[in-house]
Design a protein around this ligand. Structure first.
Ligand SMILES: Nc1ncnc2c1ncn2[C@@H]1O[C@H](COP(=O)(O)OP(=O)(O)O)[C@@H](O)[C@H]1O
Ligand SMILES: [Mg+2]
Length: 722
């Protein structure tokens, strides 16, 4: 072991015997200076025509621009767990997989490459405004074996060398401005996770022969790596062992349903991610769908989401999605396939759906999906998260689906909060894992991992552990809050503190901690977060722009309030945790929120005018939250009409909503009686089909209303003349 000579974080030369870097405050870690072979992905990013820029703006300004760019790039590299190897003068070189080995180094490098291009675009907009020049970046990646270690004994530091480094640089030189080019080896490693261009033969700097390369177009959301910020899993040993055993059995053809139950922030999603990683290591595919609080009234939302991911059509337009489904061997002419496509929201508008009764339709769909599951030979893990928010129709469809799981090689995990008592919490034969708070030693382990070993944070650590009471998310949020306040200085995992622990105020509840962090945001970022909270847990920037909000996400991503999940031209983000969204939502004035809901409803309608019927339930829900009751009523009725041929239970729910709204209208509201009658008429009309109790009360009520309105002719047809 030798002492480091330069800071690993910022490169500043270190004083003899120093424990912290004078430049950035990071702790000085000794490390093995031995060179080793490592499997890595190397990233080169380089500014296009930097010399021309230099002559246009002068060296001083160029330096400023490059410094800004380097900082931004370094932040992205760090977010994905890479190491900035060097600043090359007009770009950077970064390595993923050394000094610390990373299993998914190619995926992280790809996410970083796209993130770096995003940052460069953001900076380019400023530069364009100020200097009137175009700033563009080429990025190249290559994966393979390198030798990594300290170079010599001088101040050169740790670096990676080898042929593979040169190849990454050659890929960079071949990338078109603004794009990312992958060598064949990287492309092969990320093929399943990334969307790639065709193989091209490219000419690279300093080489005669053409080399094959592929452009990186985007990353699928399934491959969101945890990033460096995710701490090591503490505890949960037996839970993991139990699920591992069930996965083994599933692989042998005896599938299982596992319910993971626990309060918010206790670690349900984390456990599901750990299981997904375990499955991934065994080559078992994992598909995850999230239920969300604001779509719990939107019929089919959850099942459609699940099957959309499972069939790999997420993000595709309808014709492309249909092509994918059909490429999986499903017969396009089959009525069942047509019904399935319609369920996924990708039905062919030209094709005529089979004219069958909604009940029969549901039975057929269930039978078909179950038959497909029973025919499955390869093990798959399905995760349905937060089913306490599942919509009723999805809940019952999934419950049907889960009955066949034991005879399939499928492992299905559903997560929910303890208050959920629905059908998915009562699946026969399901295993339930109730997640208890972390034990004191486990909490202490988590705290000390996040804070680091410095004695100055010891006492504070104890306060944090006490306050968090075994909820890991609370631990993380308190640490972030204290870091943002400046009480903790340095970096995650290596903090120091100069404050007296007794004088530090630690928020008392998880909600208060999150609220404090949100309050500290700059106004633009805060507005972005507030608007996003109204849109939903997943959102794109285009929708925010339509709401009249100028989105500012960099700080939100850096502070882990939100995570970027797709890196395509229209990037999408999700709230890091549902509680963050809930706090951001609740903190807003009701009137502000109402206005945003109104605009979201309008934006959804305008953005996808062709899918207005399909989105009707969602639009209705936003209008209801906006307090536009008349409009919400209208959309609920539209949603019901759309659903009548698809699922009668879904239609019933929409009519019930419409009925509730109409009943709550003030007595003098115009059309109130007619509005109260219409959904009741429909509900009575379908009562016998959904086995609703048709006790006289409903009919009597309807008769009374109709009499009051003098509208006997409005009686629903089956009962006309009774
Ligand atoms: N056992 C654990 N060890 C370390 N971190 C954990 C553990 N359980 C949860 N976390 C972290 O706590 C945070 C909240 O956990 P999450 O799984 O999102 O909670 P839930 O889904 O139950 O609301 C996440 O950042 C997660 O990584
Ligand atoms: Mg969760």
């Amino acid at each position: 072991m030798t002492a480091a000579t330069a800071c690993r974080t910022c490169g500043t030369e270190l004083r003899e015997g120093a424990r912290f870097c004078d430049g950035c405050g990071a702790p000085v870690t000794e490390r093995d200076a031995h060179a080793e072979y490592k499997q890595v992905t190397v990233l080169f990013a380089d500014v296009v025509h930097s010399m021309d820029i230099a002559s246009a703006v002068g060296a001083e300004r160029l330096r400023e621009i490059m410094a800004d760019l380097a900082d931004r790039c370094a932040a992205v590299v760090e977010r994905y767990g890479g190491t900035v190897d060097k600043f090359t003068g007009d770009g950077i070189m970064a390595v993923f997989g050394a000094p610390v080995a990373l299993e998914d180094h190619p995926v992280r490098a790809c996410l970083t490459a796209l993130g770096v291009q995003e940052e460069a675009k953001r900076l380019a907009a400023d530069v364009k405004n100020r200097d009137g020049i175009a700033l563009r970046l080429r990025v190249g990646l290559n994966s393979g074996q390198v030798i990594a270690g300290e170079i010599g004994s001088g101040p050169f530091g740790y670096t990676a060398i080898g042929e593979q480094v040169g190849m990454a640089q050659r890929m960079e030189s071949a990338a078109p401005p603004g794009e990312v080019m992958l060598s064949e080896s990287t492309a092969r490693l990320v093929e399943g996770a990334a969307s790639l261009g065709e193989v091209e033969l490219v000419q690279t700097r300093g080489a005669e022969e053409l080399v094959p390369a592929r452009r990186l177009l985007g990353m699928g959301e399934r491959h969101r790596p945890a990033g460096r910020a995710e701490s090591n899993l503490v505890g949960r040993r037996w839970e993991m062992a139990a699920v591992e055993g069930l996965l083994d059995r599933a692989t042998d053809g005896h599938g299982a349903v596992v319910g993971v139950v626990g309060s918010p922030g206790i670690g349900k999603s984390r456990l599901a991610r750990e299981v997904a990683a375990m499955a991934g290591r065994r080559g078992v595919e994992v598909f995850t769908a999230f239920c969300e609080s604001h779509t719990s009234q939107v019929p089919f939302h959850a099942v459609a989401r699940l099957f959309r991911t499972a069939t790999g059509i997420e993000g595709l337009d309808a014709p492309a999605a249909r092509a994918v489904i059909r490429a999986q061997g499903f017969d396009a002419e089959s009525e069942d396939v047509m019904l399935f496509e319609d369920l996924l929201g990708i039905g062919d508008p030209e094709a005529e759906l089979p004219r069958i009764d909604p009940d029969a339709r549901r039975r057929r769909l269930t039978a078909w999906v179950n038959a497909a599951a029973l025919a499955t030979k390869t093990p798959v893990v399905y995760v349905v998260e937060d089913v306490h928010w599942i919509d009723e129709v999805s809940e019952s469809m999934l419950a049907d689906f889960l009955t066949v799981i034991p005879q399939t090689p499928l492992l299905t995990i559903v997560t929910y909060r303890p208050e959920y008592r629905g059908a998915l919490a009562q699946v026969l034969g399901a295993q339930t894992l109730a997640l208890a708070p972390l034990s004191d030693p486990e909490t202490a382990a988590l705290v000390s991992e996040l804070l680091g070993p410095d004695p100055s944070v010891g006492e504070l650590g104890q306060t944090i552990a006490e306050r968090a009471a075994g909820t890991p998310f609370f631990v993380e949020e308190i640490v972030r809050e204290l870091a943002e306040q400046g009480v903790l200085q340095g970096k995650l995992g290596a903090y120091i503190s100069t404050a007296e622990a007794a004088e530090v105020s630690v928020p008392a509840t998880l909600q208060a901690t999150i609220a404090a962090r949100i309050d500290r945001l700059d106004p633009k970022a805060k507005r972005t977060l507030s608007a996003a909270a109204v849109v939903g847990s997943r959102f794109g920037l285009d929708l925010l722009t339509r709401l009249g909000v100028e989105p500012e996400v960099a700080d939100l991503v850096a502070g882990q309030l939100i995570d970027q999940v797709t890196f395509t031209r229209q990037p999408e983000y999700v709230f890091h945790h549902p509680l963050i969204r809930a706090v951001a939502y609740e903190a807003q004035l009701k009137s502000d929120r109402a206005e945003l809901h109104r605009r979201v409803a309008a934006a959804i309608e305008q953005r996808e005018p062709d899918s207005a019927e399909e989105n009707a339930a969602l639009i209705a829900r936003h209008l209801e939250a906006a307090g536009d009751l008349h409009a919400a009523y209208g959309w609920h009725m539209r949603a019901a009409t759309w659903a009548t041929n698809r699922d009668i239970a879904a239609a019933r729910l929409s009519w019930e909503r419409a009925r509730t709204i109409a009943d709550a209208l003030p007595a003098e509201a115009p059309d109130r009686i007619a509005m109260r009658i219409a959904p009741r008429t429909m509900l009575c009309g379908i009562a016998w089909r959904v086995h609703m109790s048709v006790a006289g009360a409903r009919f009597d009520e309807l008769r009374e209303l109709c009499t009051a309105a003098g509208e006997r002719r409005r009686w629903p047809s089956p009962w006309r003349g009774w």
